[in-house]
Design a protein around this ligand. Structure first.
Ligand SMILES: Cc1ncc(COP(=O)(O)O)c(C=O)c1O
Length: 314
């Protein structure tokens, strides 16, 4: 019987160290020369063929895998790291963020909980977000995989808060009234998907028309709310957007907050594009009212977070 320990560690740390240094040098070179390349590089069929093979059954050394990645993956990226990428709204990340991802993986902590420094840092970041958004210390929050998930977490809480029954216990079929969510016709598609996933259906999202600046029409919003109340439907949540995906439009959050207070509706803000405007010295007033939200989805573009006001329970 062999006494050699079975491990996932590299067989040769020195060789791995050399390759890792090479990867860092290549990565810096890749980013440093991005302006010299085109934004888009069409993938030839010969390269595409590399992604259509059966499961590899034999081991390969890391050098070979890295060569494959350097030749067949890196040249054919989306292009959103290029300064002339104007095709879609799409964040580019940063080299500091890439180093952070690497070091987070090296730390390897599972953040489901635990008395670890990584968990403490996770909470600290959420606390900083709360402070930046003007939320009280009693608010809660969580880091998520992206904006869609952050919005879905918030909609789950809004649904549970307004359902009129204990949805976690009884399920949505026990709800005494159908719920309605409201958002401008510029809202991101993830909201409809979240409501479908939460069992409320796409029809539970009312699309409110916008004005000449793509901001939610507040008069139309109130009309939709009162129409629904008359029809026996419960207005549950208004979604204000700070920075719409198409044009970066900012809804009037104070006006939405006022209506939400009047009709006892959950006020959610999708700030995945613009919430951090709140810390811009000259323009923070553009998202006045964000501090009145019951929940915010926000995205500093390397991680995403959902914040919930003090009365929220997940
Ligand atoms: C305003 C807004 N909300 C939510 C999302 C969804 O974010 P993600 O793609 O990270 O799930 C986006 C994405 O572009 C967005 O622009």
């Amino acid at each position: 019987m062999s006494n050699i320990e079975e491990t996932l560690d590299p067989e040769d740390w020195e060789r791995t160290r050399k390759l890792a240094h090479e990867m860092i040098d290549d990565a810096i070179g890749h980013l440093d020369t991005v302006r010299e390349r085109g934004v888009w590089n069409e993938m030839p069929d010969t390269v595409r063929a590399h992604f259509d093979t059966s499961v590899p059954t034999a081991p390969q050394d890391l050098e070979t895998v890295y060569k494959e990645l350097r030749e067949n993956l890196l040249p054919y990226s989306m292009g959103n790291i290029h300064p002339r990428f104007w095709g879609w709204y799409m964040g580019s990340g940063s080299f500091t963020g890439a180093l952070g991802d690497f070091l987070a993986a090296v730390d390897g902590s599972n953040l489901g909980g635990g008395n670890t420094a990584a968990a403490a840092m996770d909470s600290q970041v959420v606390d900083w977000f709360k402070e930046m958004m003007g939320f009280p210390a009693t608010a809660s929050g969580t880091l998520t995989s992206g904006g869609s998930m952050a919005n879905m977490v918030a909609h789950t809480i809004a649904r549970n808060a307004k359902a009129g029954v204990n949805v976690r216990e009884e399920g949505i079929l026990a709800m005494p009234q159908p719920l309605r969510f409201y958002a401008s016709d510029q809202v991101h598609s993830c909201h409809q998907k979240a409501l479908e996933t939460l069992g409320l259906g796409a029809k539970s999202l009312t699309s409110v028309p916008t004005d000449d600046h793509q901001r939610m029409d507040i008069t139309a919003l109130e009309q939709a709310i009162t129409d629904d109340i008359s029809a026996g439907i419960k207005p549950a949540c208004v979604i204000g957007t700070v920075g719409t995906t198409n044009t970066g439009a900012l809804d009037d959050l104070n006006a939405i907050a006022k209506l939400c207070q009047k009709y006892e509706i959950w006020f959610h803000v999708d700030g995945c594009i613009g919430a951090f405007l709140r810390i811009a010295p000259k323009h923070r007033h553009l998202c006045d009212g964000i501090e009145l939200a019951d929940s915010i989805a926000l995205d500093p573009h390397c991680l995403t977070s959902a914040l919930m006001g003090p009365n929220s329970v997940i």
